[in-house]
Design a protein around this ligand. Structure first.
Ligand SMILES: C[C@@H](N)C(=O)N[C@H](C)C(=O)O
Length: 314
């Protein structure tokens, strides 16, 4: 009986020990699981944090790029504004200088005319007068003296900034003295493979008034209130250059493009246009013409202010 009892007790104690061991192992495994799970959670949080940081860094980089772009645009805009202001100022100064020069020359011409009217001999402006030839201040047909010059008078058509026919003749007339200078220029251009094309030459005063009615802006059209000037005196021309097959050279703008790009500061146009306009300016100036600052196509005889105002009818 005692043996049976102690056997049972042994079994019970063994079972209890086993139970304790099993539950110990269970508790250990349970704890391990919790630790692993929390470690996983921690590393997930960490990588989320790293990802967020990286995203924020990228966003920051993008933002600083955008800020740089905006700053660049602003600098360009300010530089452009400054350039435009400088151009406007240069144009205004050039106009003032031109006006002063015109007034001075007109005064001198008037005095010269008065003096010469008292003389029986011909004036210095008419040194070329012969019994058959014209004097320097006589109006002549340009093609009589420069037969290979091209003439396409824009104001004889509607293809001009007014959209109207401004005068009803299609031939170019200028003073004889001016034509002689133009003939020299034509020869120089021909040696380079080019010819002159005339868009406008002598312009009657009524035509000046019509142009002014459409664009009353003295930067682009001479104000008729100042009397007969430039084209009305038969000493100014609007021209471009063409190759021998008649193709127009690339120039800063189209004719009568009344914008800053048309002026003689060629820094804002293509290199080709700038080079062509500069070449035309250099040759014309070497032949006794002055280029009007506001328009690359406009040239005047340097003697223009000694030309008497005549209401010439072509
Ligand atoms: C209108 C244009 N072609 C022109 O000739 N402008 C000058 C300033 C002028 O009118 O004399």
């Amino acid at each position: 009986m005692n043996i049976l009892k102690s056997k049972r007790n042994l079994i019970i104690s063994t079972v209890i020990v086993l139970l304790v061991i099993v539950s110990g192992i269970g508790i250990f495994l349970y704890k391990e699981n919790i630790v692993t799970k929390s470690q996983d959670k921690q590393s997930q949080l960490k990588s989320e944090l790293v990802y967020k940081e990286e995203t924020q860094m990228l966003e920051l980089e993008e933002l600083s790029k955008e800020v740089k772009e905006v700053k660049k645009d602003e600098t360009i805009r300010l530089a452009k504004e400054e350039l435009a202001a400088k151009k406007a100022e240069a144009l205004r100064l050039a106009e003032e200088a031109k006006k002063a020069e015109e007034e001075k020359a007109a005064k001198e011409a008037e005095e010269e005319r008065k003096a010469s009217s008292n003389q029986t001999a011909s004036s210095t402006e008419q040194t070329d007068n012969t019994s058959s030839g014209p004097s320097n201040t006589d109006y002549v047909l340009v093609t009589d003296y420069i037969p290979d010059i091209l003439v396409e008078l824009k104001y004889a058509t509607t293809d001009n900034f007014t959209g109207q026919v401004i005068y009803d003749f299609t031939d170019a007339y200028l003073r004889y003295g001016t034509v002689k200078k133009l003939a020299v220029a034509q020869e120089k251009f021909k040696a380079m493979g080019y010819k002159i094309k005339i868009w406008d030459a002598y312009r009657p005063f009524y035509a000046q008034e019509k142009l002014w009615e459409v664009v009353p802006d003295s930067r682009y059209v001479a104000n008729p209130a100042n009397g007969m000037k430039a084209h009305n005196l038969g000493g100014s021309i609007d021209i471009t250059l063409v190759t021998f097959d008649g193709t127009e050279l690339t120039m800063p703008t189209a004719f009568d493009d009344f914008s800053a790009k048309a002026d003689r500061d060629y820094s804002d146009v293509s290199a080709e246009a700038a080079a062509n306009a500069q070449l035309m300016e250099d040759v014309m100036e070497s032949c006794g013409f002055t280029g009007y600052f506001g328009e690359w196509w406009d040239f005047s005889d340097t003697n223009i202010n000694s030309f008497p105002a005549v209401d010439f009818q072509p």
